[in-house]
Design a binder for this molecule. Structure first.
Ligand SMILES: CC(=O)N[C@H]1[C@@H](OP(=O)(O)OP(=O)(O)OC[C@H]2O[C@@H](n3ccc(=O)[nH]c3=O)[C@H](O)[C@@H]2O)O[C@H](CO)[C@@H](O)[C@@H]1O
Length: 231
């Protein structure tokens, strides 16, 4: 990038840099680095390297976008999420149960200190996330960013696993069978963003709610029962 004299970088970071929340909602000033999994650590280390880069050379400007839990699909029903193998994340798993590709969802723990005991996350529509990137690029254009800056991209609203299951059943009109099993190691109970900083400094706000997230995911899944695989 330096050779090409490109010194503006938007980095795809993650809310996992915060690790087990010490307070909620999570603000950008929450301590980072105490991650609960190796993936989170890679995001944390990369942020640290980018901070050092900006300190060492003031031509660099980095906007790190800390994604909460991206879900959903494009409205067209043509672009969606098709993980390789068995989905690790909740939404694609629910969606594959609804379409009949998987028998049931395993719900990892119902003994968290949450509304119904299941894990709570800040799910964010992928198109809202994409719009956050456009706003980050606008910020470079206005020239008002110096060095490294991190922003949460979340809605500020948390939903439990069972709330997501119910919302998906409503959107798809299909039952989503599930079974409660033990907690998944490395999972935190509750995580949701304070998105105020992105609102103030990037003029960005998530517009799409849980129903739209589920409806758009379902449209894509229903149009592509086997994902992008050729039959
Ligand atoms: C441990 C882990 O992989 N964490 C990753 C996961 O976070 P995270 O764990 O937040 O996201 P998931 O979609 O995997 O899980 C969301 C919630 O659903 C529950 N759940 C998930 C799948 C399932 O089959 N059954 C079930 O009950 C989880 O316990 C959690 O409460 O995805 C994020 C991206 O979106 C990554 O940044 C995180 O590093």
């Amino acid at each position: 990038m330096a050779e090409a004299e490109v010194f503006n970088l938007v980095y795809s970071s993650s809310a996992t840099v915060y690790g087990e929340p010490q307070f909620l909602p999570l603000t950008e000033s929450h301590p980072t680095g105490n991650c609960t999994n190796p993936y989170g650590k890679t995001k944390y280390f990369t942020e640290e390297i980018l901070k050092d880069l900006c300190t060492a050379d003031d031509r660099w400007r980095v906007i790190s976008l800390r994604y909460f839990n991206p879900v959903g699909a494009h409205k067209s029903g043509k672009i969606g999420e098709d993980p390789n193998g068995i989905p690790n994340n909740l939404m694609p798993f629910i969606s594959q149960v609804a379409i009949g590709r998987r028998d049931k969802l395993l719900v990892y723990g119902d003994d968290y200190d949450t509304v119904d005991g299941t894990g709570v996350r800040d799910y964010i529509h992928i198109v809202d996330l994409a719009e956050g990137h456009v706003k980050a690029l606008d910020k470079f254009r206005t020239g008002s960013i110096k060095g490294f800056a991190a922003f949460n991209l979340g809605t500020g609203q948390g939903y439990s696993v069972l709330e997501m299951v119910k919302a998906f059943e409503k959107a798809s009109g299909r039952p989503v069978k599930y079974e409660i099993v033990a907690r998944r190691p490395g999972d935190v109970g509750t995580s949701y963003a304070d998105p105020t900083l992105a609102m103030k400094q990037l003029a960005w706000k998530a517009k799409r709610g849980i129903n739209e997230m589920c409806e758009d995911t379902w449209r894509w899944q229903n149009n592509n029962p086997n994902g992008f695989a050729k039959l």
